[in-house]
Design a protein around this ligand. Structure first.
Ligand code: COA
Length: 252
């Protein structure tokens, strides 16, 4: 079964994470599919808005841990790096529809979306410290900007999940809906946006983001270097082994 579904309708390219049995954990193959779709959408004139969605029970469990162990990101051209740069620099509006767990990159990718609609069952978390890792997707910069330092520290240094009420108050999400309605509502909003003049959408987004983009890309590079190093260190090795063996990790 295709793990990333792609559909273009009424100017909206919808990318659906479709690996629900594994909680939409993202493999290198899925990152590559998402990165290619975004890259093609930049110049495809029929694509005016991109919507990323999951299932009404789960958005994404983040990196697929088994896949990550088998093929860790090796360099700036690895699928995960291409995807992260793709969302950080995507020039057209990017919308996300999120229900259920949004873990790791499932939450950090939202920091790059222009609108985020969430089901009332959504739960956000950036548990990198619980995995012996560090933040990615420039979340160490963007979460601080969005939430303020102390709230970001709670999310990134404690790795604690937070629910829609907090996400709404923080400004991470735009609106909360019943899970069964979120994807349809996000699609409706995306189609409404896609009817507006594309040049206005692109210039408006560029003006809103251009000041921060260089810092975002630099932070992503720095995070990626640290993340790659930490992946091989004992804490991450123990966290990942524990996950695979379905036990709690023991950090010395
Ligand atoms: N990587 C690989 N497989 C994953 C995964 C991940 N990140 N997250 C879930 N899965 C797999 C589970 O191993 C399980 O597989 P199995 O049925 O073959 O045993 C299946 O998806 C269902 O997961 P399960 O944990 O039973 O579902 P749940 O509803 O109880 O919990 C989550 C859902 C998302 C809260 C939980 O799966 C979770 O915390 N996952 C790990 C998230 C994580 O640490 N991500 C960060 C990676 S950097």
């Amino acid at each position: 079964m295709t793990s990333v579904l792609q559909n273009l309708e009424h100017g909206v390219m919808t990318l659906t994470l479709n690996r629900v049995d594994k909680k939409n954990a993202l493999t290198a193959h899925m990152y590559a599919a998402l990165a290619t779709a975004l890259s093609n959408a930049v110049d495809e004139k029929d694509v005016r808005v991109v919507l990323i969605q999951g299932h009404e029970t789960v958005f994404s469990a983040g990196n697929d841990i088994a896949d990550f162990l088998q093929q860790p990101p090796a360099n700036a051209n690895s699928p995960v790096s291409l995807f992260l740069r793709g969302i950080a620099t995507f020039p057209k509006p990017l919308i996300a529809s999120v229900c259920g767990p949004a873990v790791g990159v499932g939450t950090t990718m939202l920091l790059h979306c222009d609108l985020v609609y969430a089901g009332d069952n959504a739960a956000f978390s950036m548990p990198f410290v619980n995995l012996g890792l560090c933040p990615e997707a420039a979340s160490s910069l963007l979460a601080v900007q969005l939430m303020g330092y102390q709230r970001a520290a709670e999310a990134l240094l404690l790795g604690e999940p937070f629910l829609v009420e907090v996400a709404l108050e923080l400004g991470l999400i735009s609106r909360v809906l019943p899970p069964a309605e979120v994807n349809a509502y996000a699609q409706q909003q995306a189609q409404k946006m896609a009817k507006k003049p594309l040049a206005s959408l692109v210039e408006t987004k560029r003006l809103m983001t251009s000041a921060r983009t260089p810092a975002v890309l630099a932070q992503m590079d720095e995070e990626a270097a640290v993340f790659s190093r930490m992946l091989k260190e004992p804490a991450a090795v123990e966290a990942f082994s524990a996950f695979m063996q379905k036990r709690k990790p023991v950090f010395n």
